[in-house]
Design a protein around this ligand. Structure first.
Ligand code: ADP
Ligand code: AMP
Length: 216
């Protein structure tokens, strides 16, 4: 099964993807995570992407589509994939069709997380992750069960993204509205889109997504 989680920054795509990874053994492919890894490693892609990401703008379609193709090639063909943060433009949606077809994969669901934009700034500015395993947390909505200790790996160091500030968030939302939301009709025409209330509790959003994906 191959699915896309679609929604503006802070909608909960990463949070829900990580639940599906542990519940269903799917693999999460997040272009944001791949780009952050490239920036950290100082690769040519990372060097090109850093300033664009810091500004909250979109990295080029060619770069992200190449990252997705390379990542898929490392997976066994039967592994289910969750696309998180990709595609973000009509050109990327077109590339994804080609990338999947070349690998005999089909797209099964596009799940749109519907959220109230006013809530997103708070979600994003309160977001932090475990520096060791990447598990996501929030200052108000999802704190570690034991303060200062990651629920998943026991790590004690956490980090915040440099682009998770109120100013950059507004640019990222504008990019979403202008370039990403318009790809929904492409998938609607193919009857692939399901909508989920992303303002519900994390567990309820997960249950709604599980309902859409159906039996394991
Ligand atoms: P995205 O991957 O779409 O940018 P995240 O999954 O990182 O979003 O979620 C953004 C922040 O909001 C995180 O700190 C996460 O813990 C929190 N969060 C995610 N889903 C919910 C929810 N349904 N209710 C409240 N907070 C949430
Ligand atoms: P994310 O982790 O999905 O919030 O992405 C963080 C940043 O990485 C974005 O603001 C963009 O600068 C860049 N990025 C991630 N995915 C894409 C994509 N599919 N297309 C273009 N830029 C992307």
């Amino acid at each position: 099964m191959n699915i896309i989680l679609l929604g503006p920054p802070g909608a909960g795509k990463g949070t829900q993807a990580s639940r599906l990874v542990s519940e269903r053994g799917m693999v999460q492919l997040s272009t944001g995570d791949m780009l952050r890894a490239a920036v950290k490693a100082g690769t040519p892609v990372g060097l090109k992407a850093k300033a664009v990401m810091d500004a909250g703008e979109l990295v080029s379609d060619e770069i992200v589509s190449a990252l997705i193709g390379e990542a898929l090639d490392k997976l066994p063909p039967e592994t289910g994939v969750i696309f998180d943060g990709y595609p973000r433009t009509a050109a990327q949606a077109e590339s994804l069709d080609a990338i999947l077809a070349e690998r005999n994969r089909t797209l099964d669901h596009v799940i749109e997380l519907e959220v109230n934009e006013d809530a997103l700034v708070e979600r994003i500015t309160g977001r932090f992750t475990c520096a060791n395993c990447g598990e996501g947390y929030h200052d108000s909505f999802k704190q570690p069960k034991v303060e200062g200790t990651c629920d998943v790996c026991g790590g004690t160091e956490f980090k915040r993204r440099p682009d998770d500030n109120a100013e950059t968030v507004r640019t990222r939302m504008a990019e979403y509205r202008a370039k990403t939301a318009p790809i929904l009709p492409i998938y609607e025409a193919r009857s692939l889109v399901s909508r989920v209330d992303g303002m519900a509790d994390i567990a309820d959003v997960n249950a709604a997504i599980e309902g859409i994906l159906g039996a394991r």
